[in-house]
Design a protein around this ligand. Structure first.
Ligand SMILES: [Zn+2]
Length: 356
């Protein structure tokens, strides 16, 4: 339950590779980011407990704070709250607007009242630390770094990244998928699904029109990388000298076994998420139209029906059952779900006793 609930945007393997960069500034920023992220893991358990006890319904009201380069959040100053108009700082406005889009997405599409469905406040902290190459959700608030300006840009610039992080909050308040091994990779994948649905919904793009990239905006223009991940083609988001090749698999045959440790990305949660990511992409394009309609509904209902230890196979089977319940046994939607999971090497098991 207490394993690594700090959910970071930048996969640790990218930061680790940056430690080998020839550029000293890049090495320093990556190291500082890795160290401060590790320190946060110690703080969060206590903070989460206190914050949980104080949480009160608030209709998802937004507050954005400016850390002014500090890493100690209590020193941050409130710069924009729900009823305020735009302020001078573009980062604060982007975080505020991003929260607004995501809150409206969950309300309009899934009739969900904020992260916890009880109107949880949306709190954002911008300009955290100096050249901090990450953004994270700690169970209570979303914190953004400015990036080092060399490899990474300001993390408020990416709506799907913000939605990815808030998606971790939704998972935490529903299935509570444990953040390691397959349940952790599923947790990561569900956040990418939320991230891409919110982006497509905001742009009013169909599944065919979308780029299916996660974090296309986080790298500076000088960096040879499309994004952090590609849901359409896992393993192809980047391939460069600076941080290597995208390690995501797109099929169970290429599932990556890694140690269940911080260094092993908790069994490769940011790596093996490529497999369920690809399944969702195939379902969305197989059904056609908007990803947040039937595909999103099937995934969301399956998330709510999952538990903390749900594995890939369990989730695949649940989506198949939910598609049948929502759209009919043998419907196009259910058929698309079946074909998608088969294509990534996880054929659904259609045991009647699990249905309904
Ligand atoms: Zn994540």
């Amino acid at each position: 339950m207490t394993i690594n609930r700090i959910s970071c945007v930048t996969p640790p393997f990218i930061l680790t590779r940056l430690l080998d960069s020839e550029n000293g500034e890049i090495r320093q920023a990556a190291l500082a980011t890795l160290v401060t992220t590790a320190n946060l893991r110690g703080e969060r358990t206590v903070r989460g407990l206190i914050a949980g006890a104080l949480a009160a319904p608030a209709d998802g009201r937004r507050s954005v704070y400016d850390c002014k380069g500090s890493t100690f959040l209590p020193f941050a100053t409130l710069v924009r709250s729900e009823d305020d108009g735009p302020v001078a700082d573009p980062s604060a406005n982007r975080a505020f607007d991003g929260f607004g889009s995501i809150r409206q997405f969950f309300r309009d599409v899934f009739q969900r009242n904020s992260i916890d469905d009880r109107g949880m406040r949306l709190q954002g902290y911008v300009h955290r630390g100096h050249r901090y190459n990450n953004a994270f959700w700690d169970g209570q608030e979303m914190v953004f770094g400015d990036g080092d300006g060399l490899v990474f840009s300001d993390f408020t610039g990416s709506l799907d990244v913000i939605a990815h992080e808030l998606g971790h909050g939704v998972t935490e308040h529903t299935a509570g998928l444990e953040y390691h091994r397959q349940s952790g990779a599923l947790n990561e994948s569900l956040s990418d699904v939320v991230g891409s649905m919110v982006k497509q919904w905001a742009l009013q793009q169909t599944a065919d029109q979308a780029d299916w990239l996660i974090g296309a905006e986080v790298f500076t223009p000088t960096i040879d990388a499309d994004a952090l991940r590609s849901m359409r083609a896992p393993g192809t988001a980047f391939d460069n000298k600076l941080f290597g090749k995208d390690p995501q698999p797109d099929h169970m045959d290429r599932f990556v076994e890694l140690p269940d440790t911080d260094e092993g990305d908790w069994g490769g949660v940011h790596i093996n998420s490529g497999i369920p990511n690809k399944a969702f992409y195939l379902v969305a394009t197989g059904i056609g139209g908007n990803s947040w309609e039937a595909p999103g509904r099937i995934w969301y209902e399956s998330l709510k029906a999952s538990t903390s230890t749900t594995q890939f196979q369990d989730f695949a089977d649940t989506t198949y059952q939910k598609a049948g319940q929502l759209y009919g046994t043998g419907s196009n939607q259910q058929q698309a779900v079946k074909e998608a999971w088969a294509e990534v090497g996880i054929p659904v098991t259609t045991t009647p006793s699990l249905a309904g």
